[in-house]
Ligand binder design. Structure first.
Ligand code: KG4
Ligand code: ZN
Length: 341
C-alpha cells in the first residue's frame, strides 16, 4: 500500500472530531465541541460530553468523508482514540468506530491519544526525527515523552503527579471569576501583569522529591499557594491584582515546563522537541520554549493551534504511521482504557 488513506475519530473529552489523512497529507478535518454546554458548570461534565458525542458522531464522520470527497469504501483503515480520556466519551467514539469498521469491513486501530498529539506535528513539520522528545500539555495531560519511532517506540519520561497544567490554570481562573476554560483568560491578563509582584513556587523543582522526580511535574501546590495568597489578601481587605496573579502563575508554570523539558532533552541527547495539547497555545510557555530552544540549540516544533487542540487529524496521522509500519490492527473486542499511559 503506497499512501494509506485513514479515517481518524476522536472523542476523549469534549471534542467530537473526524479527519481523513492520506499518507502524511491532511485531506479533511472536522471538529464539533460541546465546550459551551460545560461553561456554566466550570468544567467538563462527562455525562453531557458523552451525550454530545452520541449526537455528533454520525454528522461529524459524514462531514469528514464528504469534505474529502470520499465514502467509507475509499478508506484503507479507521483509527480511533482508545484512551486516555473520559470513559463514557471514549465508549461512544470506540463503539461508533467499531460499528463503522465492522459494517464496512475495514481494519480498525485503537490508538493512544497522547501519542496522537505528537504524530499530528508531521502534517506541519514532516517526519518526527529519531530520538525526539515531546511535551504534551492540556487540561487532562502533562507528559514528557521520548519518541524513538512514532509507530513502535514511545516511552514516558515524565508526567504530572497531580494536576495537569491546564487544569491548574482553570482552577485558579475560577477563583479569579473567569469562565471555563480559564487558561486563555490567565494568558491574556498575564501579559499586562508583573510576575514578581507575588511569589508563586515552582512545583517539584527543589528538595528530595524534585531529585527523585527530575522530569515529573506537580501543579497542585502551585494552585494552593495562589489560592492562599488570594485568601489572605482578601482577608486584609486588599484588592486582588488580577494581572499580577496571572503573570506570576503563568511565569511559574511556563518556566517549570520548559526547564524540565530542556533538561530531559539534554539528558537523552534529543535535538528536537515537539510540543502539543491545548495548553501549548499559552503565550508564556511558547516564549519560554522558543527562547530555551535557541539557548540550547534545540529545534522546538509547536504546531499551529488547530493541530494542538484535540482533533481527528492526530488520530488519523498516528493510524497512518501504524499502517505504514505494518503494525497489526486491533482485534474487534479491544477495550477503551481511560487511564492509558
Ligand atoms: O487539549 P485541550 O483543548 O483539551 C484537553 O484538555 O484535552 O486543552 C484545553 C486546556 C484547558 O485547560 C485550557 O484552559 C488550556 O488548555 N488552554 C490554555 C490556553 N488555551 C487553552 N491555557 C493557558 N493559556 C492558553 N492560551
Ligand atoms: Zn488532548
Amino acid at each position: 500500500m503506497s499512501e494509506p488513506v485513514i479515517l481518524g475519530i476522536e472523542s476523549t473529552c469534549d471534542e467530537t472530531a473526524a479527519a481523513v489523512v492520506r499518507g502524511k497529507t491532511l485531506v479533511s478535518n472536522v471538529v464539533a465541541s460541546s465546550m459551551n454546554e460545560h461553561a456554566r458548570y466550570g468544567g467538563v461534565i462527562p455525562e453531557i460530553a458523552s451525550r454530545a458525542h452520541a449526537e455528533a458522531f454520525v454528522p461529524v464522520v459524514s462531514q469528514a468523508l464528504a469534505d474529502a470527497q470520499m465514502d467509507i469504501s475509499d478508506v484503507d483503515a479507521i483509527a480511533v482514540s482508545a484512551g486516555p480520556g473520559l470513559a463514557g466519551c471514549l465508549a461512544v467514539g470506540v463503539s461508533g468506530a467499531k460499528s463503522l469498521a465492522w459494517a464496512a469491513n475495514k481494519p480498525l486501530y485503537g490508538i493512544n491519544h497522547v501519542i496522537g498529539h505528537v504524530a499530528v506535528t508531521q502534517l506541519q513539520f514532516g517526519d518526527v526525527p529519531e530520538n525526539t522528545l515531546a511535551l504534551i500539555v492540556s487540561g487532562g495531560h502533562t507528559s514528557i515523552l521520548r519518541v524513538g519511532d512514532i509507530a513502535t517506540d514511545v516511552s514516558v519520561i515524565g508526567t504530572t503527579l497531580d494536576d495537569a497544567a491546564g487544569e491548574c490554570f482553570d482552577k485558579v481562573a475560577r477563583l479569579l471569576g473567569f469562565p471555563y476554560p480559564g487558561g486563555p483568560h490567565i494568558d491574556r491578563h498575564a501579559q499586562s501583569g508583573d510576575p514578581h509582584a507575588l511569589r508563586v513556587p515552582q512545583g517539584l523543582t527543589q528538595g528530595k522529591a524534585a531529585a527523585a522526580h527530575p522530569y515529573d511535574f506537580s501543579f497542585s501546590g502551585v494552585k494552593t499557594a495562589v489560592a492562599r495568597w488570594i485568601e489572605s489578601e482578601s482577608a486584609k481587605g486588599h484588592e486582588i491584582p488580577v494581572d499580577d496573579v496571572c503573570a506570576a502563575l503563568a511565569d511559574s508554570v511556563a518556566t517549570v515546563l520548559s526547564k524540565k523539558t530542556m533538561a530531559a532533552a539534554e539528558k537523552f541527547g534529543a535535538d528536537t522537541v515537539i510540543v502539543g495539547g491545548g495548553f501549548s497555545a499559552n503565550s508564556q510557555l511558547r516564549e519560554a520554549l522558543r527562547q530555551s530552544g535557541v539557548d540550547h540549540g534545540i529545534d522546538v516544533r509547536i504546531p499551529e493551534l488547530k493541530l494542538c487542540t484535540d482533533n481527528g487529524a492526530m488520530v488519523a496521522m498516528l493510524g497512518s504511521n501504524l499502517v505504514s509500519a505494518g503494525v497489526k490492527p486491533s482485534s474487534m473486542d479491544f477495550s477503551i482504557d481511560s487511564s492509558m499511559s
